[in-house]
Design a protein around this ligand. Structure first.
Ligand SMILES: [Zn+2]
Length: 302
């Protein structure tokens, strides 16, 4: 056989309600984490198989947001995709409701650009309940100061590399010791980089240099993104100073959870045909020819 077999590639930030996931395996993606707005069909399993190429799915369930907060007013947000949490007393029930629906991560939104955000006490209560139930908390932080609030509160994962402001080195260093960031650089312009792209790239470059854990993620469902590996996201990761091996690490890591996305129940792998090129440009192109294969497909391939 010619090619490289790798652990299954993860897109750590997708919205299945907004895309057709059936093309993802052919596009190299074997695992996804849905970060809000999608729940499995009643009676279905968290892993929604598509034919012989099962896609492993972990999900957050509803977005937990302040009343009137993001993304409740967004046209793309399906009805019922937001769970409003008004007080700290409401937090435990909101978390429990997502876990009862099969969620293995909790998603909170702190977007001060788009509306009111969760208060500090409410956010603390959500995180306390999620951690009590061994569940990581992922935050959408947007607007000056919101990434810092998420960090201080004890949020485990940022759904996006912070892009609203340049974070000072000392803060990035501290965040690198405690948090995981999901990259999502390419949503800032989809190939025509914006100021947010530049700020996020600068923050991610220093987060990575300080040893922070980076997961490949695209926010698939948000704008014109390819259904599968995104060459532009990989190029952006190489540009902020990740080596090709580190990029592969960002694609093959476990999500920081004991959820279904981290247990390879399907025996799925990602296979990249042909020889691995030595130059970075060739590397990105090569990675994007990957396909996700089930165990039986792999046997045929071999
Ligand atoms: Zn998203």
């Amino acid at each position: 056989m010619s090619g490289t077999v790798l652990p299954w590639f993860l897109d750590a930030h997708v919205h299945l309600a907004l895309i057709d996931p059936s093309a993802l395996a052919a596009g190299g993606i074997a695992r996804v984490v849905d970060l809000g707005g999608w729940t499995p069909e009643p009676g279905g399993t968290a892993a929604s198989g598509t034919g012989s190429s099962p896609l492993a799915v972990a999900h957050a369930g509803q977005f937990l947001a302040a009343p009137g907060g993001y993304p409740g007013a967004q046209s793309w947000a399906p009805a019922g995709s937001v769970c409003e949490v008004a007080t700290a007393e409401d937090a435990a029930a909101a978390v429990d409701r997502q876990l009862a629906g099969g969620a293995s991560v909790i998603k909170v939104t702190l977007n001060s650009v788009a509306g009111p955000v969760l208060g500090t006490d409410v956010l603390a209560a959500i995180i306390a309940r999620a951690h009590e139930r061994s569940t990581p908390v992922v935050a959408h932080a947007e607007g000056v100061g919101q990434a810092v609030r998420a960090f201080i509160a004890g949020v485990d994962v940022l759904a996006h590399t912070p892009f609203s402001e340049r974070l000072v080195d000392e803060l990035v260093d501290a965040m690198a010791g405690q948090m995981t960031w999901i990259s999502t650089l390419d949503i800032h312009g989809w190939g025509e980089p914006t100021d947010d792209f530049a700020r996020a790239s600068d923050n991610l470059r220093r987060f990575h240099a300080h040893g922070g854990r980076v997961l490949y993620g695209t926010d698939l469902g948000n704008g014109p993104l390819p259904l599968g590996l995104n060459r532009r996201e990989i190029d952006a990761l190489l540009r902020i100073g990740m080596s090709p091996d580190e990029v592969l690490g960002a694609l093959t890591s476990a999500f920081p959870a004991a959820g279904s996305a981290s247990a390879n129940a399907h025996g799925t792998v990602s296979v990249i045909p042909g020889e691995r090129p030595t130059d970075p440009a060739g590397f990105a192109e090569w990675v994007c020819t990957a396909r996700a294969l089930s165990r039986s497909e792999l046997e045929e391939y071999v």
